[in-house]
Write a new protein. Structure first.
Length: 298
């Protein structure tokens, strides 16, 4: 699902994760992969790296919804169609489900479908409708934050993520999204706090985001390198040396100009004792693919 280009790369850095639950008026703390879909940084796959939007073709590929199907059957079919990027058909099935049993969850899912079709105004209307129907449902608040982030209104995005977190504080995606909004505003300390919380809730949160192209969507190499250094620090704090060293290497490759802070930042105290850290820092010229005689001497 994630091995595709992600949309809306015009944003200054990675887009947040959108979220969708399938059933029940108040979503549980955790659900199966089929019930919950969180798409790293962007729900779409229609913008190549050059940032040019390609609106998905809205072609009907399946038979219209059966009038005899239950609301749950229609919703399940719509989820599958959306996963297959048959967005026009997914909308038909969601609307058919709504006609039988309307809910905030269905409006949230319709909003996500519109978001994937790059129809941001329609998506926003659906998310807002979902919040009016169920003020205790956190997902549409998070997804409204995605809309704000897409339009580079990072302060507004942060407020939406904060609303979602107030309703459910144990979502790694919500905290990661808030951290991303703070990072875009260059509030790096506040971003680190949210990233730390996200990592505590889900140790794999940044790995999924990196497969979705997080670092590729940062505004500049400097921002990307700083992001990678921050994530390395997060992993160092949790004692995950392997991933810490991986992100340190990425920061070096992207030319992080404050890499020597690793020798004084307390989060790296234990990592500095790892022989692999010593080798990495000693071999910075090789990591950067710079001839040894041209490597800067620390």
């Amino acid at each position: 699902m994630f091995l595709v280009y992600y949309a809306v790369l015009a944003a200054s850095m990675a887009l947040p994760q959108i979220s969708s639950y399938s059933s029940s008026s108040v979503p549980p703390a955790s659900t199966s992969a089929s019930a919950q879909q969180s798409v790293p940084q962007s729900p779409n796959s229609n913008i190549p790296v050059n940032g040019t939007a390609i609106v998905p073709q809205q072609i009907h590929k399946v038979e219209p919804p059966s009038p005899n199907a239950t609301a749950q059957q229609l919703e399940d079919d719509a989820d599958e169609l959306r996963a297959e990027k048959a967005f026009a058909d997914a909308l038909d099935y969601y609307h058919a489900a709504m006609a039988k049993t309307d809910s905030a969850i269905l409006h949230n899912k319709v909003g996500i479908t519109y978001l994937e079709m790059l129809r941001y105004d329609a998506a926003k209307r659906e998310f807002e409708h979902a919040t009016r129907m169920n003020k205790l449902y956190p997902e549409p608040y998070n997804n409204l934050g995605v809309i704000e982030y897409i339009h580079k209104r990072y302060g507004r995005a942060a407020k939406r993520y904060e609303q979602a977190i107030k309703l459910r504080d144990d979502s790694a995606s919500f905290h990661s999204n808030l951290g991303t909004a703070y990072f875009a505003e260059k509030q790096y300390e506040k971003a680190s706090v949210e990233y730390s919380r996200a990592l505590a809730l889900d140790p794999d949160i940044f790995e999924r985001k990196s497969r979705g192209g997080v670092s590729l969507q940062l505004a500049s190499a400097d921002d990307r390198a700083r992001y990678e250094y921050v994530i390395a620090k997060m992993y160092a704090t949790t004692g995950n040396a392997d991933r810490c060293l991986l992100y340190l290497r990425k920061a070096i490759e992207d030319g992080y100009n404050k890499i020597d802070d690793v020798y004084k930042d307390r989060e790296f105290t234990s990592i500095r004792k790892d022989p692999r850290f010593t080798a990495l820092m000693a071999g910075r010229s090789k990591v950067l693919q710079i001839p040894p005689d041209q490597a800067a001497v620390p």
